[in-house]
Each structure stands twice: as structure tokens, then as C-alpha cells.
Design a protein around this ligand. Structure first.
Ligand code: BJW
Ligand code: ZN
Length: 254
């Protein structure tokens, strides 16, 4: 026996189609795998290393305090990569679904590709690579400001209010999630169908949202070519690439 060929419908897809046809509230959590087909490297696959460093070694306040120039160089490199990428059919399908009443999208991605595909009101769980903040948290600077220059000039960039170091407007390991963002994400767990797409589900608290959704009675679905810690407990696992599975489910809906 062989599994489905690439591009072929996966067993169980019709179950998701059926649930979505019922028209209840749909919430989606996405991770780096959703942007993989756009050319944005994921964190924990082979392409996610930068000069041999893992995200866990660079995406921390300690790494920034030690060597802000190196951390900014990593972010500048990523900003350049992302600027050259376009949304893929996974982002586009979710943007189309965002017009359904009761739809909510929580993304761990900082790349902005969901917004560029046309999804509004995205809950950016880990912030945005296009925003900056004051490293010292000075009272005069806004909490976050937008700067999409590639490359950044100067690098490291400065806080416009105090002239000190600016930091990327993202959430690093050991930092808390913005309370309003956490509240919005927890709000999204009250739904009928909860989809988790393209995340290794290793990083908390984002990885725990699916458990909260199940606790509240949602039908939980994972879309990921690889098994993750949530695969065993999800109601349905569709082990394929998001850019193929989501458009196929959408086509079956119409
Ligand atoms: C495809 C595909 C295709 C490929 N289609 N799929 C509870 C238990 C244990 C630890 C903790 C816990 N609670 C908190 C912690 C500590 C820590 C943590 O989780 N550590 C674990 C690693 C063990 N969490 C935190 O520190 C968080 N803060 C917090 O909890 O605050 C409270 C607190 C404070 C102080 C002390 C304790 C608690 C903050 C986490 C911040 C994470 N930040 C980053 C960087 C963001 C900025 C940046 O981008 O630079 O967020 S790390 C990185 O990981 C990034 C991502 O959003 C995040 C998740 O990664 P993701 O998206 O899942 O990517 P990958 O690469 O892991 O997976 C890709 C997946 O795609 C794979 O599965 C592929 O198979 C799949 N895929 N192609 C579909 N085509
Ligand atoms: Zn400042």
C-alpha cells in the first residue's frame, strides 16, 4: 500500500470540508510552515540556521544585550529575504476565509504575509519583524513603530525619542505575550473548528491554544506534513503542505 501522491486529496479532508460547510466559527493558528512555500525559511528545519545559530540562541533578550549588532544583522538578513517573498496559496485561502463571519486568525509568524494576502485583524502573537521598539523602553518613544526599510540604516537602528538602541518589535524567548494579544488569542479558542497549520507546536504558550480550544468543545485539526506534539490529540490530522491542502479544501467547499 502507498499513501496519496503529492497533490492528491488526503484521507479526512472531506471531514474538514463537512465541518466548514456547517458554517460555524473558524479559528486558525499558523506557524512558519505556512510561509515555507513563499520561500521564508522555517525555524527548526535545515534552512532555519543563520551562521550555525539556532533561533533559541538569537531570539532572546540575552543575545541582544550581548551583541545587538549581530542580532540586528540576523533580522536585517531575514527582512531582506521576506521582502523578496510573496504570499502563497495557503495565505490566499486564509485571506478568502477571513471574509466568513466568525473567522479569526492568530499567527506566530512575524513576516506580515497574511496581511499582504488581504487578511484583516490578524492577531500577531509574536509581533512583527517590520516593527521596532525602544530597547530601554523610554517613556517618550511609542511602544512600537513601523520601519520597513531594507537594509536598515543605520544598523543597529536608534530610538527616535532617546537616541538609544532600538530592538525588533517581536517576542523573544523568556518575554511575555502582550496581554491584549494573549486575550485576543484566547478569545479565538472559543470556536467550532480550530485549525493549527504549519507549526511545530513546540513553543508555548502558542502551542497550548489547541488544548484550550478542545477544552471548549472545538473540532481540532492539524495541517502539517510532519507529526508534532499535538498530532496525537487533534481530532483530525491532515499530513500535507498547507499550500496544497488549504486550496483543495476551499475548492471542495464551493
Ligand atoms: C509545513 C510546511 C508546509 C514545513 N505546510 N507545514 C511551557 C513549556 C515549556 C516551555 C515554556 C512553556 N511556557 C513558556 C515556555 C518557554 C518558551 C518556550 O516555549 N520554550 C520551548 C522552546 C521549550 N516560551 C517563551 O519564552 C514565550 N514566552 C512566555 O511564555 O512568556 C511567559 C514566560 C516568561 C518568562 C519565563 C517563562 C514564561 C515566548 C516565545 C517567543 C517565541 N519567539 C520566536 C521568535 C519570534 C521573533 C522572530 O521571528 O525572530 O517565535 S521563536 C520562533 O518559534 C518564532 C516562531 O513564531 C516560534 C514557533 O515556530 P514555528 O512557527 O512552529 O516554526 P518551526 O520552524 O518550529 O516549525 C515549522 C513547522 O512547519 C514544522 O512542523 C514543519 O513540519 C512545518 N512545515 N513546511 C505546512 N509547506
Ligand atoms: Zn528610547
Amino acid at each position: 500500500m502507498t499513501g496519496p501522491l503529492p497533490g492528491e486529496e488526503l484521507p479526512g479532508e472531506e471531514l474538514l470540508v463537512e465541518r466548514l460547510r456547517q458554517g460555524g466559527r473558524l479559528s486558525v493558528v499558523t506557524g512558519a510552515g505556512v510561509s515555507a512555500a513563499s520561500g521564508v525559511p522555517t525555524f527548526r528545519d535545515a534552512g532555519g540556521l543563520w551562521r550555525g545559530f539556532r533561533a533559541e540562541e538569537l531570539a532572546t533578550p540575552q543575545a541582544f544585550a550581548r551583541d545587538p549588532e549581530a542580532v540586528w544583522e540576523w533580522y536585517d538578513w531575514r527582512r531582506g529575504q521576506i521582502a523578496a517573498c510573496d504570499p502563497n496559496p495557503a495565505h490566499e485561502t486564509l485571506a478568502a476565509w477571513s471574509r466568513r463571519p466568525g473567522f479569526r486568525l492568530v499567527t506566530q509568524n512575524v513576516d506580515g504575509l497574511h496581511e499582504r494576502a488581504g487578511t484583516e485583524a490578524v492577531v500577531r502573537f509574536h509581533g512583527s519583524i517590520w516593527e521596532l521598539g525602544c530597547w530601554d523602553g523610554c517613556a517618550e518613544a511609542p511602544a512600537r513603530w513601523w520601519d520597513d526599510s531594507v537594509p536598515l540604516d543605520p544598523r543597529p537602528p536608534r530610538c527616535p525619542a532617546c537616541g538609544g538602541l532600538a530592538r525588533p518589535g517581536v517576542v523573544w524567548f523568556g518575554e511575555g505575550i502582550d496581554p491584549a494579544v494573549l486575550e485576543a488569542a484566547l478569545g479565538a479558542t472559543a470556536c467550532d473548528v480550530f485549525l493549527v497549520v504549519g507549526t511545530s507546536s513546540l513553543v508555548h504558550p502558542a502551542a497550548g491554544l489547541i488544548d484550550e480550544a478542545r477544552r471548549q468543545g472545538a473540532f481540532t485539526v492539524e495541517i502539517n506534513p510532519e507529526a508534532t506534539p499535538v498530532s496525537e490529540s487533534a481530532d483530525l490530522v491532515l499530513p500535507g503542505p498547507a499550500e496544497a491542502v488549504l486550496p483543495r479544501v476551499d475548492a471542495a467547499l464551493t
